[in-house]
Design a protein around this ligand. Sequence first.
Ligand code: SAM
Ligand code: SF4
Length: 453
Amino acid sequence: MKIISEADIVKRLSAPVPRYTSYPTAPHFHDGVGEGEYRNWLAKLPEDDGLSLYIHIPFCDRMCWFCGCHTKQINRYDPIPPYLSAVRQEIALLRDAIGFAPLLNRVHLGGGSPSMLKRGDLERLRSTIDSNFQLHDATEISIEIDPSDLSGEEFEAYRAFGITRASIGVQDFDERVQEAINRPQTFMQTAATVEGLRGAGVRSLNIDALYGLPYQNEETVSRSIEQVRTLDPDRVALFGYAHVPWMKPNQKLIPEAALPDALERVRQARVASDILQDGGYLPIGMDHFALPQDSLAIAAFEGRLRRNFQGYTDDPCATLLGVGTSSIGRLPAGYVQNETATGNYVRTVASGRLPVSRGIELTAEDKLHADIIENLMCRYSFSLSSLRRAHGALTEQVRTEIQDALDADPHDLAGFDGDTFWIHPHGHGFVRTVASWFDTRMRQKAARYSMAV
Ligand SMILES: C[S@@+](CC[C@H](N)C(=O)[O-])C[C@H]1O[C@@H](n2cnc3c(N)ncnc32)[C@H](O)[C@@H]1O
Ligand code: SF4
């Protein structure tokens, strides 16, 4: 087997590819799918299946220059209550369109910074969720936290809301890096957040860390990841900084000359991964790490790892409802995405309409390729025999696609034994690239993506 040199790796990186948090990916959504289709799909949801709920809070009280999220900096709390009242209306509209109060397995508050929400607003949101869905003892309720938002009073509100998991944004502890991305955050501030959340009974904590930021090098990344490790999170999400200034104007403030090149990014990811694995974390998919007793690690071990818009998950639900601006929903029939502008979103909901602006209906071919890509992203392999059980005769076309993929694989990243296609361990860092070989939609319509590692 050919060993890949680091120079070869850099060459491979010349082709940016999607992160595959969905298939088809968001650039393929179109306005031919709207409220009518969504209502049809919602009305067909089976009553005995649980579902998941994602609620987007598109506000922050600071603007980090690296940020790729859909959010807006606000200096006062005023825009939040009217937005949340639209969110509560949208939840009620969804419940009516579904026709029954569905069982809820997951609730995730993401953003933006849901850690800006005040106690009263959290209480009202929780009560709306309770009156439109059925929660149970095992319902996971999670929230994304920017430690700079917290004064210490929020922890009891999180306990009352029933938060079971929290994800804390760290990115990097190095002061020079923090200055270059406009994200000051001390280690002590982060440690106090960890302690407060644990004290409030939050069972599972994740920390987000980044590599590929301006002025980062192997040494600074090592130091930051060592510090992350001392906080003893259950999970670490280690993302490569996605520099897409043509989509995110705030990233134009990032000093591009100080960005590490592709080879350096690979080295930073490797050093961070080594530190985490030495500390007992198991690598999960392409960018997550989890302690062996964590449910994500158990799901990966048992072959139940899934991928959705939040990244890797052990959520088995076929349906994820997205609420709030820009939120994406996944239903068995297809994807829908909400209106991104807050004003339009609030007005649409106030008029009793579901605020869907675009989406995509899944064809049988899409479902087949979504299955292939999710398997590659989660397990680095797929087998024709299991695809055939789910997708029938359509699976036969995959043989030609595998042959084309192997022909286009000069670095010997993948192998095929007649039934199973797999990515060799030395190719795991290129899982997005290999997945893109099975992205038939991408061949039909090009879009701009971030670097593959
Ligand atoms: C909504 S934020 C997390 C919560 C909170 N707003 C915070 O920043 O602490 C989601 C996460 O996405 C990641 N992220 C944001 N922009 C990114 C980018 N351009 N490339 C890679 N990861 C990014 C960061 O790690 C960030 O913690
Ligand atoms: S990284 Fe988090 S706090 Fe910073 S702007 Fe993005 S969403 Fe807001």
